[in-house]
Design a protein around this ligand. Sequence first.
Ligand SMILES: [Zn+2]
Length: 345
Amino acid sequence: MLLARLASSSSSPSPSLRSSARAGPRIQLLPLRASASRSRSRFASSSSSSSSSNSSNSNSSNSSSCCCCGGGNHKYHNHPSPSAAAPRSTSSPLTSTSPPKTRTNSKKSTYLSPFDMSSPPPPPAELSKYLAQTHDRLFDNNRAWAAAKATTDPGYFAKLSAGQSPEYLWIGCSDSRIPAEQIAGLEPGEAFIHRNIANLVCNTDLNVMSVINYAVRHLGVKHIIVCGHYGCGGVKAAMTPRDLGLLNPWLRNIRDVYRLHEEELDALAAADDDARYDRLVELNVEEQCRNIVKTAAVQQSYARNQYPIVHGWVFGFHDGLLKDLKIDFEAMLAKVQKIYNLAEA
Ligand SMILES: [Zn+2]
């Protein structure tokens, strides 16, 4: 029997369980990133290519590239010293505790959210300026990207306009650190993409079901990839023993995965709670693959064409590598079809 262990160590942010004498496993999560950076600025200084010079030290209190005050007035936002630079603090249960991104490219804007509720709001003018910059930089980036593509391949956009025939359907987590095309080296047109919190495939989710149906029946994708990631905030939130409002029914799917693999996960918790958390991420991916295999579109296409093949992968922030869970698709399909056989149209 397990009971949750509520601790607040920032050095061990993963969820953990502790034994209960009277109830079954009760999942409980550690507070996430308690108050590691309560004093952190609402703004990180910016050296946007479109709005400022090449000032490189965004953490310096003397920076002349501050997006809101030009370095001269930090009344409303203390720029953190380099030693104080820390992951953004938030109380959101969906906040990952994975290592923070390193933002060292002085030529790129380094914006942090001004919506840290732990510090006073900035003056409206500063906020408006920040919002305008964070909006406009995307158009700057887009124009640069389009120009580079057109220079490299003058026929690029004519080909892009002709239609799509992607080989892959990618179902991943909405986490901003896992851009599917970038980590897999794919170009526009090569992957049909669907992302949601914790890469779930629920048969009542009309969105993901429509994506799968279209990708399989109309685009004829050859591979369907469910890509989770270690340190998934959605998975971690599902292990939080509290009411998360609208997220409850969504995260319930992950709790169901835990229930299905309760014995294995509980055993891991006794020895290594991080291992238990990582394993739940993997098992969640595997269960979502199984949900895909249950669909009529996949079963019928595979019976007819021998594709698509369903794969389960997990991305690791620590090394940037994808791990193939090597799901035996044919064995999974055969087992699923004992009950969920929809191969006959
Ligand atoms: Zn995630």
